[in-house]
Design a protein around this ligand. Sequence first.
Ligand code: SF4
Ligand code: SF4
Ligand code: FES
Length: 262
Amino acid sequence: MTAPANTKNIRFKIKRQDGPGKASYWQTFDVPYKPNLNVISCLQYIAEHPVTVAGEKSTPVVWDCNCLEEVCGACTMVINGKVRQSCSALLDELLKETPGGMVTLEPMTKFPVVRDLWVDRSRMFNALKTIQAWVPIDGTHDLGEGPKESAENQDVRYSLSRCMTCGCCLEACPQFLLGNQFIGAQAISQARYFNLHGTGKVLADQRLDAMMGPGGITDCGNAQNCVKVCPKEIPLTESIAAIGRQATVHAVKRFFNGPPRK
Ligand code: SF4
Ligand code: SF4
Ligand code: FES
């Protein structure tokens, strides 16, 4: 079924891929305009009416999402050439960017495509494991009060805590490529976040060892694309500079104290 006649249609050009490693192709769909739609509601319409503008029956376009309020990062895709979240991308705003009325949707290019607009973001979560992005407090017994934290420290850590592992910073980074090892701005910033935590900093040396290893901070070319696209306005270049300084001091300590104990 196509959109009802006499309704203004918005045309969506969507890059599709039927599975991992398969060839990609484009399809166009019309979605009847209504005010206040977001991209996900348009994709839901297409899922219900998978018929291309040429009238050919197709399959529902696949995408990923969860929170629908720009918190989980799962719905990130390239919309009209700009990486962003499809839940918070409003059609009325997109139409101002493209007066012709066409909206283009593509999967992120720096992660393997699972299907259509859904990509596999596990590389980001594996990077968080590599840098031990957690506070190591095991057990259920009362550990007493944690270390006190200054208001300034809280401010910085709050700004870093808003990362939703969306991948925008990695999509924009010229050093982060499919198949290479670079850990990327997101994990570097999370290393700073946990190294600033009163208890989390007990793992600071291990995090800095990871940062100095293959794919670590020295792979950052300082192009600063990452900070420009972060939807949470996380100060990524400050994080890169801070971890760079910590890694330098750590390298000197390692030089005098020897390699990490296994
Ligand atoms: S500063 Fe440049 S190279 Fe480094 S993480 Fe950001 S975008 Fe990538
Ligand atoms: S640092 Fe920003 S752009 Fe990068 S993953 Fe986190 S929220 Fe997304
Ligand atoms: S669905 Fe969670 S950020 Fe969009």
